[in-house]
Design a protein around this ligand. Sequence first.
Ligand SMILES: O=C(O)CCC(=O)C(=O)O
Ligand SMILES: [Fe+2]
Length: 267
Amino acid sequence: MLTPQDVEIYRERGYLLLPDRFDAAETDLLLSEACRLAALDIPQRIMESDGEQVRSVYAVHHHSAAFERFTRDARTLEPARTLLDGDVYIHQTQLNPKAPFTGDVWDWHQDYLYWERDDGMAEPRALNVAVFLDEVNEFNGPVFVMPGSHRLSLDRQTKTVRDGWENTLNADFRHKITPEVLGELADTYGLESVRGRPGTVCVFDGRLLHCSPPNLSGRPRTIIFIRYNSVHNPLRPVPDPRPEWLANRDPRPLEVLSRPFSVPVAR
Ligand SMILES: O=C(O)CCC(=O)C(=O)O
Ligand SMILES: [Fe+2]
């Protein structure tokens, strides 16, 4: 449950950190599922530019019963329902292990720009629930944010520089914000890095400007992202749509589980 103060912080800053929401047994369970999925040779697995390390696995909730339940756990789904004012569905899930040394940069971006241009999302009425499965610290590639930037439309300042939706998945981004604009925005909004123990939840607005540097720590930095969209915020047709595993077009609302995701339903 979010407190009224949590909601206020989120509306004001565009993100909210909820420490220690999942315990060690739960993050261990999710990490072992993450390792299993990262070893699968499936189209939803995207490699880093070295071709060796896994950059992302998408649609993890399609490949794992534990991740599927996790997306309906009260600690992930409730904040999304509260902050988006009602029923939501999953637009996308993504696991980012950010491997030591080869785990590459994510340039500054607003997720919503991708959801809008590539997926036809009507309004910025979607958000990220990110859950840290490893400790996230200053050395292993934490997400950097510009607090308050979620109020900005950066449509004009974001140039589409490459063709093809495949270029939304690698480190060489399809839609880019120029360095001059980013410098000015950093002066205005300031920078913060989002860090925490395993089991921490970070909820952030689809328009919050964010990025992350490479991981130079020697240990992985695994974060799972669930992107929830309001059921009242449809995806419109677009010329070269991304596959369903990147942009789900089935807006059936999710129901919150009555027990923690880690407790299997009795048969
Ligand atoms: O894993 C990260 O550090 C950031 C990922 C991200 O921003 C994205 O996939 O949109
Ligand atoms: Fe992002």
